[in-house]
Design a protein around this ligand. Structure first.
Ligand SMILES: *Cc1c(COP(=O)(O)O)cnc(C)c1O
Length: 372
């Protein structure tokens, strides 16, 4: 079945008790035991499982072509569960430009628990190969990456990970399963901040992991979810699943709008660089064209004249909201260097843009006015 159909139907059945077509939200934290000790719907207690969470997990698993999915209370909680499933002394290879929260977990939480980490430029496969150790358990990748929108060859990274006896994890938040399917490319686990495109409306914080096979490591992830307890609420699950119904169609518009905006900005004399994998000038364009079905709604730009010019542009825009995050219906713009602090490697004239679902001509007119 095609992804548009899966998005509408996977994890969805008409409610058997009422005939309701839209799923009811099951707030009950506890479920009745039958006289023989069994449970009618398979649910016992809300932390362990919940009907809304099960529906969401079935949907996520189908979208990513996985065998099982686990929903968490945020993308960061999903990342934390993966790293918590490792043992002291284990080694992780991560991209030097990974989502900064992922790097903070590695450096500020897990280093103290004996997890060893090396960060490398993942576009350099030799560097990835050199970083491997006998104790490497996870090779983490994120593509397109934040905030430079670099593109990493998932199939090659997965091969390198497997040759070293490690698992390849892909943070697929930016691309979504609509544009990129890491498990089919050889990755073992996909991690999502469903807060972003999957939720799609900037109104729910949640995360997930999808696995290619259900093995001992996935059993650990399940332990972290059910016993660790960082689970999304039933309403959170309901909102993400509702977002997923329209995901494939929203992604088409995000991609088309971003391409139009990128083309406009690329030819503008006040813009020094546009980082968008859909542009043939982008370093990762060829890999992106091979492993993605389209190029996504995220880009970053560097404004000619430095930090003040970048901040000035962001301040003059009317349709782009100055806010962090991404993947909602509204366009957002953010000066990443201010968010990441004084130690950041992000250029100070860089603005990250999440292109929303407004008409592209309105977005371009807004940018043109702010740049003039
Ligand atoms: C937002 C984000 C995360 C973290 O997810 P939260 O839901 O905010 O915890 C991780 N990776 C990427 C690429 C993100 O954009």
């Amino acid at each position: 079945m095609r992804i548009e159909t899966l998005a509408v139907h996977a994890g969805h059945t008409t409610d058997p008790s009422t005939g309701a077509v839209a799923p009811p939200i099951h707030l009950s934290t506890t479920f009745e035991r039958e006289g023989d000790g069994s449970f009618r719907g398979g649910h016992t207690y809300g932390r362990s499982s919940n009907p809304n969470r099960t529906s969401l997990e079935l949907s996520l698993s189908a979208l990513e072509q996985g065998v099982t999915a686990l929903a968490y209370s945020s993308g960061s909680a999903a990342t934390l569960a993966i790293l918590q499933s490792l043992s002291p002394g284990d080694h992780v290879v991560a991209p030097s430009d990974a989502y900064y929260g992922t790097l903070r977990q590695l450096h500020e939480i897990f280093a103290g628990w004996g997890l060893v980490c090396d960060t490398v430029d993942m576009t350099d496969l030799t560097a990835v190969e050199r970083a491997m150790r006998p104790t490497t358990r996870i090779v983490w990748c994120e593509t397109p990456s934040n905030p430079m929108v670099r593109v990493v060859d998932i199939a090659r990274i997965a091969e390198l990970a497997h040759a070293a006896g490690a698992r390849c994890v892909v943070d697929n938040t930016w691309a979504t399963p609509v544009l990129q399917q890491p498990l089919a490319l050889g990755a073992d686990l996909v991690m999502h901040s469903t807060t972003k495109y999957l939720g799609g409306h900037s109104d729910v914080t949640s995360g997930a992991i999808v696995a290619r096979q259900d093995d001992d490591f996935v059993e650990r992830l399940r332990l972290m979810q059910r016993v660790g307890g960082a689970v999304p609420s039933p309403f959170d699950c309901w909102l993400v699943l509702r977002g997923i119904r329209t995901l494939p169609w929203r992604m088409r518009a995000h991609c088309a709008n971003a391409m139009a905006v990128a083309r406009f900005l690329e030819q503008h004399s006040s813009i020094e660089a546009v980082h968008y994998p859909g542009l043939p000038s982008h370093d990762g364009h060829e890999i992106a064209a091979r492993q993605m079905s389209d190029f996504g709604g995220m880009m970053s730009i560097q404004v000619r004249g430095g930090e003040a010019k970048a901040l000035g542009l962001a301040a003059r825009l009317k349709l782009f909201t100055r806010a962090t995050s991404l993947g909602g219906t509204e366009s957002l713009i953010e000066h990443r260097a201010s968010v990441e602090g004084p130690t950041t490697a992000t250029p100070v004239n860089l603005l990250r843009i999440s292109v929303g679902l407004e008409h592209p001509d309105d977005l371009i007119e807004d940018l043109a006015a702010a740049l003039s």
